[in-house]
Design a binder for this molecule. Structure first.
Ligand code: SF4
Length: 353
């Protein structure tokens, strides 16, 4: 992972820095090295949002820090809450005026933050609001990490899990995603176990191999499958035309067989498109080959598409067909659908009411 050279001329976003870079930063200011660890502690363990809260730094020192660096780059705009109080959507404004969305899902004692990695998404899956409209830019590692700090701080509860399933394709913003994972898992950072982090990808095959190798398989991998058929999958996930389903499966097979890594498939069920018995049998074949778990997500409506959500009976029958083939299946409840915070509903620069 490449480290950024810290220079006096640039005001740095401290949440973007790993420990080595924090070391460089304090050295540049002529401070002793232990200050780097103290900064990391305030930023990632105590999730402070201002230098004034760093009480083991003198006031003059805090002023010097503020002159050269920022603790935050995101600003809270709004936090709509779902009716069942299990999902909160955080609308956060970036320094260049975009509004990104992150989601907190509080279920079964877990505080899971779904982070965005890009402003918009270049993959443009047909069923997903994040890929509609113009692509903004990649988020920095600090902007990804700050979503977690912000929500942990706002909730006054530690975040237990992080899923890279918000706006954007994490492997299309690889360096920032990997650095955010480094900060989230480091003992000087958030100290989250790798099993508590999931990276979800649309299936950029070469990047999946690189990701599994670089992360040494410590982080969970989730693949957006959405169809077992090349043509249907290409309609839903256009990148499937470039990185074909059969190649994707071969890559995943290698990861599963050689590296013994667990794989989860995300499968958005859309009525009349990919919810047939044939599809279920196809998905079961792929999942069995890979020992993969399948997470079914009944389609969450977005205004741009007239796709329909399958009725509960159809969802159940799809699930049963998979289970009959001994595939482990979970059904993601439509958490946050009433506030457009469910899977596929996050969008860039939402119009505020
Ligand atoms: S589903 Fe994921 S990869 Fe596809 S457009 Fe939405 S954010 Fe991008």
């Amino acid at each position: 992972m490449e480290n950024k050279k810290i220079t006096p001329a640039s005001k740095v976003h401290l949440r973007s820095l790993n420990l080595q870079e924090l070391d460089q930063f304090v050295q540049m200011l002529g401070l002793p090295q232990y200050r780097a660890l103290q900064l990391a502690d305030w930023l990632h363990k105590k999730c402070v949002m201002d230098f004034s809260e760093m009480t083991n730094f003198s006031k003059p020192l805090r002023m010097v820090l503020a002159e050269h660096a920022d603790t935050n780059r995101l600003e809270l705009v709004e936090v709509p809450e779902s009716k069942n109080h299990e999902s909160l959507k955080y609308l956060l404004k970036t320094p260049d005026g975009h509004i990104l969305e992150s989601v907190l899902i509080a279920q079964q004692g877990r505080q899971t933050v779904c982070v965005s990695t890009q402003l918009g998404c270049r993959i443009r899956c047909s069923f997903c609001a994040s890929g509609k409209g113009k692509f903004g830019r990649n988020l920095t590692a600090g902007e990804i990490v700050e979503q977690v700090s912000f929500i942990g701080r706002h909730q006054k509860k530690p975040v237990t899990n992080v899923v890279f399933m918000g706006m954007g394709e994490p492997l299309d913003n690889y360096e920032a995603t990997m650095k955010a994972i480094e900060i989230l898992t480091a003992d000087w950072g958030f100290e989250l176990g790798g099993r508590r982090i999931t990276v979800s990808t649309s299936g950029i095959t070469p990047m999946i191999e690189r990701f599994v190798s670089d992360s040494r398989g410590r982080v969970r991998l989730s693949i957006s499958l959405h169809s077992s058929n090349q043509e249907t999958r290409s309609q839903l996930v256009p990148i499937n035309k470039k990185y074909r389903l059969d190649e994707l499966i071969q890559t995943l097979e290698k990861i599963h067989r050689v590296l013994k890594r667990e794989i989860t498939f995300e499968y958005t069920l859309i009525a009349g498109i990919n919810d047939s018995s044939d599809e279920a049998r196809g998905v079961a074949r792929i999942a069995s080959r890979l020992g993969a778990k399948v997470n079914l997500i009944p389609y969450n409506p977005i205004r741009e598409m007239d796709y329909q959500t399958p009725n509960p009976k159809q969802v159940e029958s799809f699930r049963k067909l998979l289970e009959a083939k001994h595939v482990y299946v979970t059904l993601r409840q439509t958490a946050g659908r009433d506030i457009d915070a469910a899977c596929g509903q996050l969008r860039l620069d939402r119009e505020l009411l």
